[in-house]
Design a protein around this ligand. Structure first.
Ligand code: SF4
Length: 330
């Protein structure tokens, strides 16, 4: 019988799942995903996690609870850095230890460190270590890793062409545009796990699409271009997400016809509080375009979110009809 590897449907699942799935399957393991996020998963996460953690981490805990008894291994990589000379949020580095120390009855964790700060070559080292849980055949692991990279490239290619990760991962490619109004271009900025988990963001993506919005995201911009634009900052950004978000926003402001910007922010997130402020200031200085911040935590209410979103879209549409002869900031 195949060994079962559990992957929580949370955090970097939305960025790396095609890579991880191919890799494990090429090593003859069966990949088991936790269910889509629900109120029950969130509740389980809140109960098992420290209260200071951000909402995405609490939800990750809930997904671990949802899947831990169904698998032989749980894959919770220890992410330190995913790009040269940049770091990601320290919560990712501590995640396997946090989970181990607060949830009982876990299967063995595969907690390989992913640290590409010095060199991308460390990725193959991490792949060899992870593959070692399933086979001693090093060539098989190398082949599995190569195939996994191909899947990852295809996934990213579709995103660059305008698909959203949730469209691909949930196979929701036939999205119907319900509004008869002209299409608005709205850039939505945020971490992948906030943007593409429809429970966390209270169906933001579908709501925007039903209102005739074409969604643009920072993931649609080529990494090289984002990085080059991020170089405009007087000091190099410490976080991968920061340089990616800032550089991509600059590209959209420069090249695309953007009608509005939404920043989806996690309450209590240090990275978001800094990056959001930096981007908002730069946008206000550069272009007259409406900008709204929507903050998410476990107490966020559907009604409040809907009201703010509808008011924002109405305002953007009003500006659109009046050829932008209306101030973006009231
Ligand atoms: S970057 Fe922010 S939202 Fe993401 S895990 Fe860290 S604190 Fe949470």
């Amino acid at each position: 019988m195949d060994v079962k590897v559990g992957i929580p449907r949370a955090l970097f699942y939305y960025q790396y799942y095609p890579l991880w799935k191919t890799f494990f399957e090429e090593l003859d393991a069966q990949v088991v995903l936790s269910e889509h996020t629900t109120a029950k998963i969130l509740d389980e996460g809140i109960k098992s996690c420290v209260s200071e953690a951000c909402l995405p981490v609490k939800i990750f805990y809930g997904h671990v609870m949802n899947i831990k008894d169904k698998v032989d291994y749980l894959f919770i990589p220890r992410f330190t850095s995913i790009s040269k000379k940049e770091y990601i949020c320290p919560k990712f580095g501590g995640l396997p230890d946090m989970i181990r120390n607060s949830i009982k009855g876990l299967p063995p964790l595969i907690d390989t460190e992913i640290n590409l700060r010095k060199s991308k070559k460390n990725a193959i080292k991490a792949a060899m270590e992870t593959g070692g849980f399933f086979t001693k055949d090093k060539r098989k692991i190398e082949r599995a890793y190569k195939k996994a990279l191909e899947s990852y490239r295809e996934f990213n290619e579709k995103i660059k062409q305008g698909a959203l990760p949730s469209d691909i991962l949930d196979r929701k490619l036939n999205v119907i545009k319900k509004s008869n109004e002209p299409e608005l271009n709205i850039l939505v900025i945020g971490h992948v796990y906030n943007l593409y988990d429809s429970f966390i963001n209270m169906d933001l993506i579908d709501k925007l699409r039903k209102n005739g919005v074409k969604i643009m995201t920072i993931d649609m911009v080529e990494e090289d271009i984002a990085r080059k634009n991020a170089g405009l900052l007087p000091k190099k950004m410490f976080w991968n997400f920061g340089s990616r978000a800032f550089g991509s926003v600059m590209n959209f402001l420069d090249k695309e016809d953007i009608d509005g910007i939404i920043y989806l922010m996690s309450f209590g997130c240090g990275v978001d509080s800094f990056v959001c402020d930096l981007i908002e200031r730069r946008v206000r200085k550069t272009k007259d375009v409406p900008f709204i911040i929507l903050t998410l935590d476990e107490h966020s209410g559907q009604a409040g979110m809907d009201t703010r979103l509808e008011a924002f879209i109405d305002m953007v549409r009003w500006r659109y009809r009046n050829e932008n002869n209306v101030s973006a900031y009231g």
